[in-house]
Design a protein around this ligand. Sequence first.
Ligand code: SF4
Length: 347
Amino acid sequence: MRKKTRQIKVKDLIIGGGFPISVQTMWKEPLNLPLDQVLKRVDKLTAMGCEILRIAVPHRDDATYVGKIASSVPIPIVADIHFDYKIALKCMDFPIAKIRINPGNIGSPGKVEQVIKKAGDHAIPVRIGVNGGSLPKNLQHENNPARAMVKAAEGELELCEKFGFKDLVFSLKSSEIEATVKANQLFSEKYDYPLHLGVTEAGPLIQGTVKNTIALTELLKEGIGDTIRISLSDTPEHEIMVGREILKLLSLKSKGVHLVSCPMCSRSVFNVRGFIEQIHEKLMSIDKNITIAIMGCPVNGPGEAKKVDLGITGSGNYAVIFKEGVIVKKIAAVDAPEIFCREIDNF
Ligand code: SF4
């Protein structure tokens, strides 16, 4: 049972209040690319299931560019601000959907107050993003890292509530699984603000996926968490794929392709790994509930995967598509990615 948190409106999406858990990622390219190139990539991320995109705004001059992106894409754009509160103020002159500030480095209460006041005037929610590695100075030597993170969040919360501002989302992230889990549990026991979950600086694709999966599974199974971001030293596309997969496997997202694939063995005559790579991004953009299988040999593959809706295997220059274990189509291997994706679309 999911914990009932407040509803926070971020453009057309609601975070919290029992609304579906959204998957987000972060822009990782420089902010001097041609706008059409950026919009094309955002479109691709959106098709793959990215529901919120955060963009770091390192300089005041970048605010205009991020504003242009925000007004050109359908998904909410979050401006991520560190150190200079004036960047946050400038970003709010544009149609950005949310501001993220870090209590460890945004500066004095007076500066936070200015950000909060302008956010309130423009109806822009704010995420207080606590990072275990960059806590406010007075908390850096606390023995209990989870409690220190909660205290950092509480410091900002007190300030925001003093000004009557409650349009808040919180995140408490550490690069350690235990500290991340404990901090979110502690915060969730005390407050009903929505939580953005993630393990920060989690590492490259494999390590980061495992770390995030362990931490997020524990929290999500307890009903904690309203939006997630999988931090990886890898592409935003992979962050989205992992985030969606975690939600799907925990039955927190109903739609999406469930992929079964064989581990391969010395009988393999179909390039399972290569085929998955060719169609994986396309699979992510298919918003229907279907289980498919990609198997390494036509001898055992269709039988081993007879419970799936649709499957493929092959040998040499041909591939076969099967339904519930029965081969229904034989095609040229070269055409297999396109034809198989079409079959899924038509299923
Ligand atoms: S489907 Fe074929 S290739 Fe894959 S594990 Fe089974 S026997 Fe091996």
